[in-house]
Design a binder for this molecule. Structure first.
Ligand SMILES: [Zn+2]
Ligand SMILES: [Zn+2]
Length: 203
């Protein structure tokens, strides 16, 4: 019982008291330094001489100052296309849809070899739709338009185009006509036994 209630946040329980103490410590916004009277440098409290000008600071009382601010994030927080303020770590702008960083490098390993994928590709046995139709002519259980692979800044979109025998990503069958995003590398299977490996490397 004690364990079940320790995380409930009730005032008066030992768990709540510990959490309040930690929170107060975590939000401390000051650091203690010895400020050099000669050059103004902020030295560590343990220092007895200024690290910049060398004067003795052993008798200077420690002062509380704001700690250094963390470095600004490397990504510009404003969209370069529509100038909206952006949430952190987005591949595309949620307001205008433009790409905010270069697309990842995507390489497909087919049974016959590797293919870097830079633009949309339809995989199937229809020569009018798929540049791979010749390669796939002997795979009778693949559909004429089986799957669409579409590279995007956030990864690879994979869409079952209504195939007869299915598209599987890491052995999970996709719902036809509902694209799914593969953000990391994965295994692609078409029908019973046509397998390909998708490798995605974020630049
Ligand atoms: Zn100094
Ligand atoms: Zn934008």
């Amino acid at each position: 019982m004690g364990h079940r209630h320790s995380g409930a946040g009730r005032s008066g329980t030992p768990g709540a008291t510990i959490r309040r103490t930690r929170r107060a410590t975590g939000h401390r916004v000051v650091a203690r330094v010895r400020i050099c009277p000669t050059c103004g440098r902020e030295n560590a409290v343990a220092a007895i001489r200024c690290t910049q000008c060398g004067v003795s600071i052993a008798r200077i009382s420690p002062t509380e100052v704001a700690p250094p601010q963390p470095e600004a994030p490397a990504v510009d927080p404003t969209c370069p296309h529509c100038e909206a303020t952006l949430p952190p770590d987005r591949a595309t702008c949620p307001y205008c849809g433009e790409a905010l960083r270069p697309p990842p490098r995507i390489v497909i390993t087919w049974p016959w070899g590797e293919q870097p994928l830079e633009r949309e590709l339809i995989v199937g046995r229809d020569p009018a739709a798929s540049p791979l139709a010749d390669r796939l002519a002997d795979y009778d259980n693949l559909s004429r338009r089986h799957v669409r692979l579409r590279p995007a800044p956030e990864g690879l979109w994979i869409e079952d185009l209504g195939s007869t025998n299915g598209v599987f990503v890491d052995e999970r069958r996709l719902t036809p006509h509902q694209p799914v995003l593969l953000a990391e590398s994965g295994a692609l299977r078409l029908a019973k036994d046509f397998r390909a490996l998708v490798r995605i490397a974020v630049l």
